[in-house]
Design a protein around this ligand. Structure first.
Ligand code: LMR
Length: 357
């Protein structure tokens, strides 16, 4: 992990030092002709330095999130005529799961797109509502929730922590993978299963009789390969891009929960941007968001096909009757109560998704 530098929210994490170094360099070149008249002032050099946005994330560049981050970079740099430079750091190159949130709060990076599961630590337990199993009957139902009042209200809860939520990006429904078949609830007993840092996900696995283990995504491949973990849950995109299917023997298409992201920025940095730049960046993000959300579902279907075609593991799709048993074992209302998610929020989501309470 990179050491966390001091926050420099107004111009990006590294630009002031670069500006001063550049200025000193040009001063030394012209020293013989009189420093006072020929050197640019510090403020001039500073003004010419592009605003740097470091965008860190934990998945590979070819995932939907990775591609959307690059789309934002392309649009932001083009539309600001180079006044903004976006540096995208994929696959935990800069920071792992939890570290990146600390880095954002300190201003050491300016932009992230973490899974909602990881936001309860900063925005409160209600973010874990998205981890409740079988709460969203389909992708459209999940979108109705994030595009409506619930989505807006949740992002506002990040602001007291110095974080501004700008958009929701889709990934998709999760599957289970393991080193043994997961056909019924009893098959989870005693398995060590990796989950993201979420109380609800921990409880979900305990309710199935498994031993959950929270670990950063970047460590999961090795833990599965060496047998430290037996299984995990994730979207087909994340399974294939982290090559988890190469170190697992079975995959169950359970579609039991939805994995979604929030695009978030350091609020002090964002608020201090010149208004024209901020507006342009918001437009670039709107377009990158539309791109992300338009490809996620199809990319998950394609990822599952790639996993099937690899022939590396056997794939099981539970029947409606089997899924009903899983649903009973994983009652979302009782899980919500155990994780401190407000019952009113669960009800509101059920209404928005038109699942009877
Ligand atoms: C995970 O940790 O499994 C996911 O949150 C990774 C991601 O960003 O999709």
């Amino acid at each position: 992990m990179k050491p966390l530098p001091q926050a420099t929210p107004d111009r990006g994490a590294r630009s002031p030092r670069r500006a001063i170094t550049a200025l000193l360099g040009s001063c030394m070149l012209v020293a013989g002709q009189g420093i006072a008249t020929l050197c640019m002032s510090v403020s001039q050099a500073y003004a010419q330095t592009p605003i740097v946005i470091q965008f860190s994330h934990v998945v590979t560049a070819d995932t939907v999130k990775g591609r959307a981050a690059l789309k934002f970079k392309e649009l932001a740099e083009q539309r600001t005529n180079g006044r903004v430079r976006v540096e995208v750091y994929p696959n935990s190159q800069l920071y792992k799961d939890r570290e990146e949130l600390d880095a954002l709060s300190l201003g050491a990076v300016q932009m992230l797109a973490p899974a909602l599961s990881k936001l309860a630590g900063v925005g409160g337990s209600d973010f874990e509502a998205f981890d409740l199993p079988f709460l969203f009957p389909d992708h459209a139902a999940y979108r109705r929730v994030v595009d409506g009042a619930i989505g807006v209200e949740l992002l506002l809860r990040l602001e007291p922590k110095g974080i501004k939520g700008l958009a929701y990006w889709d990934n998709g429904f999760k599957v289970f993978t393991a080193n043994r078949p997961l056909l019924a609830v009893r098959d989870f007993r005693g398995l060590r299963i990796r989950v993201q840092a979420s109380r609800t996900l921990l409880k979900q696995m305990q309710q199935l009789g498994a031993e959950p283990s929270i670990s950063p995504l970047i460590n999961v491949f090795e833990a599965l390969r060496t047998g430290k973990l037996d299984g995990e849950e994730n979207t087909p995109i994340n399974v294939v891009s982290q090559r988890l299917h190469e170190v697992q023997s079975h995959l169950t298409v359970s579609n039991h929960g939805y994995l979604a992201y929030a695009v978030i920025v350091n609020k002090a940095f964002w608020d201090k941007l010149p208004a024209d730049i901020r507006n342009t960046l918001e437009g670039a993000l709107r377009d990158a968001t539309a791109f992300e959300n338009s490809i996620a579902e199809a990319e998950n279907t394609r990822a599952l096909e790639r996993i099937k075609a690899s022939g590396k593991l056997s794939i099981y799709t539970p029947s409606a009757q089997e899924l009903a048993q899983w649903r009973t074992a994983l009652d979302p209302v009782s899980l919500a109560a155990q994780s401190g998610i407000r019952p009113e929020l669960v009800k509101a989501i059920q209404v928005a998704t038109r699942v009877p309470p």
